[in-house]
Design a protein around this ligand. Structure first.
Ligand SMILES: NC(=O)c1ccc[n+]([C@@H]2O[C@H](COP(=O)([O-])OP(=O)(O)OC[C@H]3O[C@@H](n4cnc5c(N)ncnc54)[C@H](OP(=O)(O)O)[C@@H]3O)[C@@H](O)[C@H]2O)c1
Length: 353
């Protein structure tokens, strides 16, 4: 039995779902993989709790349910310690990062992930901000760096995993990097923002924009700052990560043409339907010669298109390739649990590396 010492930064919708999964899947992990996860530290905006012997996920969940910080955990909680301070001092194997996206500074996630990788700790991210702003830097500190003689065996580097960053549990990254190995991807189309997909499908049914957004927030599916969803920047962050990790094209947010859904009306959506089309917030990577054009914008697709057939709670990706045909995947997610499950699959990927 191997035990992995886990640090969980961010105890919101995703972090709490991960704590629930740690409890519900413990027997499966032990039986199937002979792996145990020990939570040695957890952080939220009020502070941290630390216990090398293992914190009780149920006790943290109970505190959070009452709106309190993990700093209030008797015996192990402390206020005034930031995630990066925690990562500097803690002895652990894997950092799980689930704090809010900040597309200006990347903080608090960026410094925590940098520090973890520099200390030789693996990192699993649900927060896409650090990768959208600093993919090349973080990849170079980890096993995601481009292969070279000087770097040697990738397994000698700490692992960086982020499958939860690109469409919840949708296996966007695994399909692109693993399943299409040997092929050339010539085009990618994807719907990677669940909040706007939910809003657009609700508006088609006559629900007002503000009510549709409020419902996605109530279900814990919207970003902490929902303008990132509706103005297209969450989707653009995901496309940035996909372009770097799957298309191997050094990309930053500035390379992406971005337009959100705030200008759309119910009439626009219904007019499209009457023409036999459905408007989605489409992430597109389109090769023009050797150059890749990257965009996020509301786009009408024929109703027969795999991404136009999706319901309100679905996200999807379509890869067009030279030798592997057209590969499509969709995911149906009604709450943040599948995102936490994507973090777990990344932890297992690291454990089985
Ligand atoms: N929700 C989803 O379905 C989903 C899906 C895919 C990816 N993600 C990503 O997962 C991440 C978390 O999302 P979420 O929905 O769980 O967000 P959330 O509910 O807003 O939770 C954010 C957590 O981070 C903590 N936090 C905020 N600022 C902090 C700081 N400066 N230092 C330490 N902790 C801080 C908050 O503390 P308090 O508890 O004290 O407020 C809270 O526990 C985001 O990056 C998001 O993009 C979310």
């Amino acid at each position: 039995m191997r035990t992995y010492r886990i640090v969980l930064s961010g105890l919101g919708n995703v972090g709490r779902s991960f704590l629930t999964i740690m409890q519900s899947q413990a027997t499966l992990l032990a039986r199937r993989y002979r792996i145990a996860l020990r939570l040695v530290a957890a952080a939220d905006s009020g502070g941290v709790a630390i216990d090398a012997g293992g914190l009780d996920p149920a006790a943290i969940l109970a505190l959070k349910q009452h709106g309190r910080s993990v700093a209030a955990l008797p015996g192990s909680g402390t206020s005034g310690i930031s995630p990066v301070d925690l990562v500097r001092r803690i002895e652990a194997d894997i950092l799980l990062e689930a704090t809010p996206v900040n597309l200006t500074t990347g903080q608090p996630g960026l410094d925590a992930v940098r520090t973890a990788l520099r200390r030789g700790m693996h990192a699993v991210l649900a927060n896409k901000g650090p990768l959208a702003l600093a993919y090349a830097e973080l990849a170079a500190l980890s096993d995601m760096g481009e292969d070279s003689e000087e770097r040697g065996d990738p397994r000698d580097w700490p692992a960086l995993r982020f499958s939860a960053c690109v469409g919840g549990a949708l296996p966007t990254i695994a399909i692109g990097r693993r399943d299409l190995a040997g092929a050339t991807i010539v085009r990618v189309e994807a719907v990677l923002n669940g909040t706007t997909q939910g809003i657009l499908r609700a508006m088609e049914q006559g629900v007002a924009y503000a009510d549709a957004l409020a419902e996605m927030q109530r279900r814990g599916l919207a970003e902490t700052d929902p303008s990132l969803d509706v103005e297209g920047w969450d989707a653009a962050s995901k496309l940035t990560i996909l372009a770097n990790a799957v298309l191997h094209r050094p990309t930053t947010l500035a390379d992406i043409h971005v337009r959100g859904i705030t200008g759309l009306t119910t009439a626009d959506l219904r007019a499209a339907l009457a023409r036999g089309e459905r408007i989605v917030l489409l992430c597109l990577a389109e090769y023009r010669g050797d150059d890749v054009h990257l965009s996020v914008q509301p786009t009408p697709l024929p109703l027969t298109h795999p991404l136009a057939r999706m319901s309100a709670d679905e996200m999807g990706v379509v890869y067009y390739t030279d030798i592997s045909g057209r590969q499509s995947a969709t995911t149906l997610e009604t709450d943040p649990m599948p995102t936490a499950a994507a973090m777990l699959r990344d932890v297992l990927d690291i454990a089985r590396r």
